[in-house]
Design a protein around this ligand. Structure first.
Ligand SMILES: Nc1ncnc2c1ncn2[C@@H]1O[C@H](COP(=O)(O)OP(=O)(O)O)[C@@H](O)[C@H]1O
Ligand SMILES: [Mg+2]
Length: 296
């Protein structure tokens, strides 16, 4: 637990990152994401509870932990006049087995910025450079706090590809984001937090299907008998003609349900002119859980 004055920033949050796993900590502004990450990095000391990183205490064993983790600092500690390539080379020199700095710069679309002074890099370029600095030492575990915040779509894609490459390389990643598509795309496991506590966790598919209610909307000739379809579908589905020629099937929609609907129409010699399935998005789940939108 961590309290700032009267605010419980993190409260009873239990979190494990397995090797070679990408875990996304997802939550709205003020949920406690940064505080959680900073406790793992050893920058913030918890009031109570235990933090273990690679089996070590990030405060008591700070030196040993820092040597094995990668931390992306936002706008931190650069000599404004030093060139992007020099900065990365300098960080690489501290590592026994660094990644190839040129490969990293290329992967992050910074190959043309090698000789650019830090202060002349755009905000997005500075951010990608700090990601490169976090990774060049070949860490076992990487903490990325909102790594793509403020990046344009193309740069974001480069960062996603790099994180995917890290996972294939056996690196564990704990990242925070308030972007749903980012969490769904990258994470093996999602941990949704609000007010410092976990409100849901699991694979993206598990989280979005939790108590899932989907909807299938169908356009076909009016007045079809829905009884045979209702009998075919498992208990808990609702079938109704909601307007003339518009049919609504509510329940956990999966491919078999869609096939049942199609064969029901085929049996009645009725042609489907339109069919649409709406599944709940992660955003819907989040709204249900917290009543709040997942914004920065
Ligand atoms: N150093 C601090 N001093 C006082 N309050 C803080 C401090 N750091 C964070 N908080 C408060 O703790 C809560 C969680 O913040 P934070 O971990 O930054 O959330 P997030 O990263 O999810 O936006 C917020 O209510 C924030 O205002
Ligand atoms: Mg934050």
């Amino acid at each position: 637990m961590k309290t700032f004055d009267a605010v419980r920033a993190v409260d009873g949050l239990d979190l494990t990152v397995e090797p070679a796993q990408v875990v996304a900590l997802l939550g709205p502004n003020g949920a406690g994401k940064t505080t959680t990450v900073e406790m793992c990095e050893g920058f913030v000391r918890p009031d109570s509870g235990t933090v273990r990183v690679l089996g070590l205490d990030p405060v008591a064993d700070a030196g040993a932990v820092r040597a094995r983790i990668g931390v992306m600092l936002q706008g931190g500690g650069a000599y404004p006049g030093s060139r992007a390539g020099e900065m990365l080379d300098l960080v690489a020199a501290y590592s026994a087995d660094p990644l190839d700095p040129d490969w990293l710069l290329r992967s992050l679309g910074l190959e043309d910025s090698r000789r650019t002074p830090y202060r002349r890099l755009s905000g997005g370029q500075q951010q990608r450079l700090s990601l490169a600095c976090a990774l060049v030492g070949r860490p076992e575990l990487v903490f990325l706090d909102e790594p793509t915040a403020g990046l344009d779509a193309q740069a974001r894609l480069l960062v996603w590809e790099l994180i995917d490459a890290l996972r294939r390389d056996g690196v564990s990643v704990l990242l925070t984001t308030h972007l749903m598509d980012e969490a769904e795309e990258l994470a093996d496991r999602l941990v949704i937090i609000d007010h410092g506590s976990i409100v849901a966790s699991g694979t993206p598919a598990e989280v979005t299907s939790r108590g899932a209610e989907g909807q299938l909307r169908l356009t076909a000739p009016a007045g079809l008998d829905t009884e045979p379809l209702a009998r075919t579908l498992p208990d808990g589905f609702r079938v109704a003609e909601s307007g003339p020629g518009t049919y609504l099937v509510e329940g956990p929609i999966d491919p078999k349900v869609v096939a049942s609907v199609a064969s029901w129409c085929a049996d009645l010699d009725a042609l489907i002119s339109d069919i649409r399935v709406d599944q709940r998005s992660l955003e819907d789940v989040f709204l249900e859980l917290t009543g709040r939108e997942l914004r920065g």
